[in-house]
Ligand binder design. Structure first.
Ligand code: GLN
Ligand code: ZN
Length: 743
């Protein structure tokens, strides 16, 4: 790369390795099986592989510092010295301090983990407090740049930009410390320039959300100051995930040389660019290839957009819309996908080729652009599903009046006051994981596997009876993942063999692909639920994943509006609820932990989203009679903007995370007039800590101030699959005893 930006680049690349080598290496390091040097070797190999691959693909602009042992926001925290004293105090090596922040140690809980904008990637929330002294620590970006140089590859170091970094941080008004932090970035840029770095990329995705005038001013101030440095690399400020707002004119007031815009999720960026006036010789890094989904780019359409941008800017480079972190590494290893699906997909490697091709096409004309495959093959269409969708009426999303439902349900269930229940999963033991692995490798057959799972269900039912819980669950032992499990059973979905995407740290997920009209081949959960119900006289909750969450954790087709796909999934779930009911299941929970996470970043887009999201949930849950009790479960505590939607879901009982937020969510629900059942979590299952009976009683007393006791349920915050049996039994015992004490 030279002083000009070049023709093609990507904003970031998967770092886990084609075979999740990074996951294996860091987990081995944590387990003490390999040392820091071996870990560093694997990391260097992975980086070299990516850089060489990008170079061989003839990409001009190759990013560095996009590798991370755990998380790039955490890396940036380290680079600016934002390591909380509670971790430096531990006196560990730099690497172990880093992992302590990421994962916690006995004495210190980890930094908080939260969703990276509207993706399923989680970053570690920087903690900024009075003790934080920002200090430049450019070791990692510098070392990676030099490592690539030694391979003969010139790279562009990437960091989270200072404004976004502070907007993502927690503490007392972190953003007030912007000017101070910018000086630290200034030093880092000096050091990088000294090493010969020509371009840096500073990511400012926070500026695609609504921002206050003060926050916009901060951005302008930050990049004016960095831009005016006498010695610095050229700066690309990258934005992504939606359309940039008032931040565009602010950035144009500064001397930054390049601005990255997402033209996939933010097509309106073209209009904004046109309205922005002269771009002053800046490079526009045009995100034309979707970094957040796995469909091949319609190259001709992308060229049209690219040409429009080219007419507006002196120089345009083609890029991905966001980092490729959010897609799997390589499609070419997927040998079991149907050909008509395979030819329509592109993973990270294939997307790089698209970027390069688009860059060339924009420069040289469009002669060599391959024609994309025709629209979806006929086999993916399902006339029956389409007809059902077309025939839907508002009545299909309505149940009877809640008071009637509540009476009918109580007449049937006869539950005590403060009924106790859990969220669905019980601990995933080593034996269960082994059984699943053995099934995959063919060591055991389907019937042996099913027998093992049935034995587990029986064990979990007996345990719950012994503990004295009121509404039981089957424990979900048969589920590999709450979305994948349904994806594997529904038509219109496909699974990949190696399509892993980093979710957080070493945790990777393999999202299914929704490519066609969705329909249910056969009942999906009825056999498990009815088996569990046959073992006990207590009600056993049926357990389904809701339409919004299924979409959020899949790669979704883009050839029809999202609400239609959501409704198709909802219809399949509706059929499942009706079958569960017919089979004698009286309580059904439909989980929507992703309802909050996929909320659009811009307020202007939120209502439309919540309308279809709520509509799909109601479609899924309104097929049953009044006497069947519908539960839902939502994770994460920041419900602010969705509180009205929680009410609109019209579930009979909503269980919700509340133990960390000290029951505040109940006041919010009371304020909007929520009148149905609610189960605020009284045990924070994200920690192995066992709450005492007194603590649970205290939480419930607090809850009862906001919600009348007759509508209050007693349950943990979330599913128990990541917990061990020891703390599970102890905590549930206290929970049941606390409910009994208060009755
Ligand atoms: N029913 C699921 C479980 O208990 C819910 C998980 C979730 O909320 N993420 O595991
Ligand atoms: Zn949950």
């Amino acid at each position: 790369m030279s002083s000009t930006f070049g023709q093609s680049t990507v904003l970031g690349y998967p770092r886990i390795g084609a075979n999740r080598e990074l996951k294996k290496a860091v987990e081995s390091y944590w387990a003490g099986r390999i040392g820091a040097a071996a870990l560093a070797d694997t990391a260097a190999e992975l980086r070299a592989e990516v850089w060489q691959q990008l170079r061989n693909a003839r990409l001009d602009g190759i990013p560095s510092n996009t590798f991370s042992y755990y998380d790039h926001v955490l890396d940036t925290a380290v680079a600016v010295g934002a390591v909380p004293a509670r971790f430096t105090r531990l006196g560990l090596s730099a690497l172990d301090t880093y992992f302590a922040m990421a994962r916690g140690v006995d004495a210190e809980p980890a930094l908080e983990l939260t969703k990276w904008f509207a993706t399923n990637y989680h970053y570690l929330v920087p903690e900024i407090d009075g003790e934080t002294t920002f200090t430049p620590n450019p070791t990692k970006p510098l070392a990676e740049y030099e490592e690539a140089q030694r391979l003969g590859i010139t790279t562009r170091p990437v960091l989270v930009g200072p404004a976004t970094f502070l907007l993502l941080a927690k503490g007392a008004d972190p953003f007030a410390r912007l000017d101070e932090l910018v000086e630290v970035y200034a030093t880092i840029l000096n050091v990088l320039a000294d090493a010969g770095v020509e371009w840096v990329q500073l990511d400012e995705p926070a500026y695609v959300a609504d921002r206050t005038p003060a926050e916009i001013d901060g951005l302008r101030r930050a990049y004016t100051r960095l831009g005016e440095l006498a010695k610095r690399p050229r700066i690309l400020v990258a934005t992504y995930f939606v359309e940039i707002g008032d931040a565009l004119p602010a950035l144009l007031d500064t001397p930054v040389e390049a601005i990255g815009l997402d033209l996939v999720a933010g097509p309106g960026n073209v209009r904004r660019l046109a309205a922005a006036g002269p771009l002053g010789g800046r490079t526009i890094v045009a995100g034309l290839v979707d970094g957040h989904n796995i469909w091949r780019t319609d190259l001709r359409a992308a060229i049209t957009v690219g040409a429009t941008v080219t007419a507006l800017a002196d120089h345009v480079a083609v890029s991905t819309s966001c980092s490729l972190l959010h897609v799997p590494v390589d499609l070419s290893v997927e040998t079991r996908l149907a050909p008509e699906l395979f030819e329509r997909l592109a993973f990270a490697r294939q997307k790089v080729d698209e970027v390069v091709l688009l860059g060339k096409a924009l420069r040289d004309g469009t002669a060599h652009v391959p024609v994309p495959p025709q629209s979806a093959p006929e086999a993916w269409h399902n006339g029956d599903v389409r007809a059902r969708l077309a025939a839907l009426t508002p009545a299909d999303r309505e149940r009877g009046a809640y008071p009637d439902r509540a009476d009918a349900q109580q007449a049937r269930l006869n539950l005590p006051e403060l009924p106790t229940t859990t969220i669905g999963s019980f601990p995933q033991t080593a034996a269960l994981r082994r059984a699943r692995a053995d099934l995959r490798t063919g060591t055991i057959d389907d019937s042996t596997y099913a027998a093992l799972m049935r034995a587990e269900v029986e064990r979990v039912i007996r345990l719950q009876e012994e503990l004295g819980l009121d509404v039981l669950v089957h424990g979900e032992p048969e589920r590999n993942d709450m979305v994948q499990y349904f994806g594997e059973q529904l038509d219109g979905f496909a699974a990949t063999d190696h399509g892993w995407v980093q979710s957080y740290g070493s945790r990777c997920v393999r999202p299914p692909v929704i490519h066609g009209d969705v329909s249910r081949k056969a009942p999906m959960t009825v056999a498990w639920s009815t088996y569990a119900q046959s073992l006990t006289a207590k009600p056993v909750k049926g357990m389904l994943t809701g339409p919004v969450t299924i979409l959020a954790w899949s790669f979704v087709r883009t050839d029809q509006p999202l609400p239609d796909t959501a409704d198709q999934v909802a219809l399949a779930l509706r059929d499942e609820t009706v079958d569960l009911e017919a089979a004698g299941i009286t309580v059904i929970q439909v989980d929507e932990p992703a309802l909050r996470e996929t909320l659009p970043l811009r307020r202007a887009d939120q209502k439309a989203y919540l309308d279809w999201a709520v509509g799909a949930f109601r479609l899924a849950t309104s097929g049953v009679t009044d006497a069947t009790q519908i539960h839902t479960h939502l994770c994460y505590s920041e419900f602010g903007e969705v509180i009205g939607a929680i009410d609109a879901l019209d579930a009979d009982v909503t269980s919700i995370e509340a133990s960390r937020s000290k029951m505040e969510v109940l006041d919010d629900l009371a304020t909007i007039g929520y009148r149905r059942g609610v189960g605020p979590g009284v045990w924070d299952i994200h920690s192995p800590r066992v709450p005492s009976q007194q603590e649970v009683v205290a939480s419930l007393r607090l809850a009862a101030e906001a919600v009348p006791a007759r509508r209050l349920w007693v349950n943990p915050d979330c599913g128990l699959k990541t917990r061990g049996y020891e703390e599970t039994e102890a905590s549930l015992r206290h929970l049941v005893a606390a409910a009994a004490e208060l009755r």
